[in-house]
Design a protein around this ligand. Sequence first.
Ligand code: GCU
Length: 667
Amino acid sequence: TIETGLDGWLRYAALSTALSSTQQRYSSIIVLNTDETSPVYTAGKELQDGLKRILGQKIDIHCQLTSEPSSSIVVGTLDSFSSAGGNTNGIPVLKEDGFWLNTHAGNSCVHIIGQNECGAIYGAFEYLMRLAQGNFAPIASANNPSAPIRWVNQWDNLDGSIERGYAGPSIFFRDGEVMKDMTRISQFARLLSSIRVNAVVVNNVNANPKLFSESNLDGLSRIADAMRPWGVRIGISLYFDSPKEFGGLPTSDPLDPAVNDWWHKITAKVYQKVPDLVGYTIKANSEGQPGPLTYNRTLADGANMFARALKPHGDGVVMYRAFVYNHHLDESVWKHDRANAAVDYFKELDGEFDDNVIVQIKWGPIDFQVREPPSPLLANLRKTKAAIEFQVAQEYLGQQSHFVYMAPLWREILDFDMRIDGGASRIRDIVSGERLGWNRSGYTTVLNIGSDTTWIGHHLSMSNLYAYGRIAWDPLSDPVSIIQEWTRLTFGLDETIVDTITKISMESWPTYENYSGNLGIQTLCDIIYTHYGPSPGSQDGNGWGQWTRANAHSIGMDRTVATGSGNSGQYPPRSLQDLRTSNRPLITFFSVIQHFYDAHYEGAAHAQTFPLEWAKLKGLIDEHRFEHVAFKLQYQAGHALVWRDSVNYFYFAKCGIPDERNRVGNH
Ligand code: GCU
């Protein structure tokens, strides 16, 4: 059989008989829910399927706990377990979505007890993924999420294209309509559920109001139905000017009663179709999108309008994106700095957002670059709840033609101490809600899987989705352990496989950084449209504000308060001491040019080792995925040389300073 990648890390490859024969046989799976569309029931089916594939055991499902037979696996919620007479003594307190996994309960039973239905299915996956790694060690542990919001954002358009998607057309939409076939959608939900992601925003943040057509509302209902059995809810992105452009009103002014009425009505209609809608995502006044500022209202006026439309229907939230900036910035003004925008727009509004508004903040102040400091907005909100936005889609990180494992990058950001009001303020504790006492906050990521059988365009890049789920659940998860687990589940238990993929993965971010843009200068790719391939010259001379300000004498932004853009003043003083990258006030060309040359040589040279490392896996993993990754790593190695020379020669041409080691410019 061809390993397509569709099962991702849920292949449940059969363990060797030497291993599987040491594991006890189970007599039954007891599912404490008879509703076949409930996540608890799905968990039971998944256990049945997984145990068959991993251990070769065929086990029946029952729905009664009454006389708990020995060696059974019990899965249910805490409530259903206790009302079925199960003994809940000894189960620690569980948070929303948490679960208790006890593999050595009385009578050699396994207990998988969720705080809610999501928790139950997460526990079932946890148990199966342990077995699939040959891990039979007894465990009795409570698992609780760091934060309630653990979402992903798809940037899918109604026509089936995906903005910054590198894995084929959408699994959600085609030709203006929601897809008829839900197969891939439910397979996708299965993967998300296994990493404890609890919601998907299904359409592009650059949203199309035709999502509100009758047939698309029906379509959304079908998507929600396909995902619900996995405990995954859906949300949608809204186009701010929908009242005007879809509803035929003369304005979309957020303080206009008719506009509010329109949003209330359409929201009620959406809830008729999707009663458990998780909320709305809003990109407004950003990159040409209309928004409240278009109508001389504040961003809070805009966000609250959606919040009030959602309020009567349940726990839905507005994810209001902080990605608001002027993309026609005048570069001749030394003080202009796009990195300032989020704080400039949002800080003064702190306290003005309704309770069900969450501000969604990209992890860095610019735009998912290979290296940035954390967004200073994360240190400037107190009452306004926030979610951090990552990007699994490798928009600026090689677009799934290069491989960059991002868990180390995310950890670096989440571990950073913002020193809010002088007190310990790790970003992971800010977004969990703990530091500032928020009751709803967390994580989201741009994901952009497509209909490709690899899901994401590169088999190795699926490790980023897996890692995202792990880190959002527990931001102290170790990037090395994550990649090892993922590799065992995805490719096999052989040590050479695990070590090789771990090595390539852990080296991938520093390598890519070295050949694409080091010292916090940003990814020196084409900035005008594709965001792919080397084009250092495209950074400057336009209004986008991802400037390097490179000339014959110097490079870098002056971000000091005294003479520059003042960006460093947006960080609490003590946190600044830790910033060593793009917030260097002014990087003089003389001191850095040799470093630039060297780093690009080093990074490109290191990329040459990846295909050689990978070659060790020939014969150890299936041919199909072996060849796919071999091809990608070869391409990356070649393209790294293009990156190296393009960037080095560009700066050599600007400054005329030769490479001390005679590689650049002395031929
Ligand atoms: C980036 C990306 C856009 C996207 C935007 C956003 O700038 O290139 O395609 O629309 O981010 O996050 O809204």
